[in-house]
Write a protein that binds this ligand. Structure first.
Ligand SMILES: Nc1ncnc2c1ncn2[C@@H]1O[C@H](COP(=O)(O)OP(=O)(O)O)[C@@H](O)[C@H]1O
Ligand SMILES: [Mg+2]
Length: 233
């Protein structure tokens, strides 16, 4: 089976000289959900920003068989939906409905078609009641749901979520896990939340200093790297 994502020997250095990725090999199968674990600063966010071309390192990246290059970014971004850690970076339109319709309008849908699609996606994430609210008036959990609806409205094949449970209270975390488990897309979850990872991901990989140093089930990885949630990290 061809991989939904394949990455080989990816390196990335920030302009200030920080070597954030130091030879990453990674693959994601169609429909699979993988958790990315690892300490703060180990390169997880830097890695996922490469998957739809927001950063460009050295190495090989292919998404649904399409090499990620400047001239393929449009195609790649239609396949990979990235939900940022900070929803405030993702939501920028005056209303929830306009925010979720923005992507589909860019895909070429008419405003009416885009609004219809946005309403379907907002219903899917349980945010129908907020169509005309300003995103900045929403709670963190609500913002996260709207950001996910905006990404789903692009009908991606792969969802990448960077620390999606941050700022969510336990009921909102459970609701998010429930929502994600019902979505058919392949998923990459960057998370410090072991319970969340366990619920959703069969496979976990562990980042350390810009490298993938372990792979296994979530429980194997947290044992092997002593990655237990005794302390807030
Ligand atoms: N814009 C940036 N400029 C310079 N260094 C950065 C930048 N963003 C992240 N880094 C550094 O790159 C490394 C990896 O960071 P990051 O990918 O954010 O890790 P994680 O998401 O695992 O916490 C860290 O050393 C971090 O300080
Ligand atoms: Mg990060």
């Amino acid at each position: 089976m061809s991989h939904a994502i394949e990455v080989r020997d990816l390196h990335y250095r920030y302009p200030d000289g920080t070597q954030a990725l130091d030879g990453i090999d990674f693959h994601l199968d169609a429909g699979e959900c993988v958790a990315l674990l690892g300490a703060n600063g180990s390169g997880k966010t830097t890695f996922v920003l490469h998957l739809n071309g927001l950063l460009e390192g050295e190495g090989f990246i292919e998404v649904c068989g399409i090499p990620v290059r400047k001239d393929t970014l449009g195609q790649v971004r239609a396949k990979v939906g990235l939900v940022f850690q900070d929803s405030d970076e993702q939501l920028f339109m005056p209303s929830v409905l306009e925010d979720v319709a923005f992507g589909p309008i860019n895909l070429g849908l008419t405003p009416q078609q885009a609004a219809e699609r946005a309403k379907v996606m907002l219903a899917q994430v349980g945010m129908t009641g907020a169509l005309h609210k300003a995103p900045y008036h929403l709670s963190a959990g609500e913002k996260r749901r709207v950001a996910i609806a905006g990404v789903l409205a692009m009908q991606p094949e792969i969802l990448v979520l960077d620390e999606p449970t941050t700022y969510l209270d336990p009921p909102a975390q459970r609701a998010l896990a429930q929502l994600l488990s019902n979505l058919p897309q392949a998923k990459i979850l960057v998370t410090h939340d072991v319970q969340f990872a366990r619920t959703l991901a069969r496979r976990a990989i562990f980042f350390d200093k810009g490298r993938v140093v372990g792979e296994g089930s979530v429980d194997e990885i947290i044992q092997r790297f002593d990655w237990l949630p005794h302390f807030p990290r």
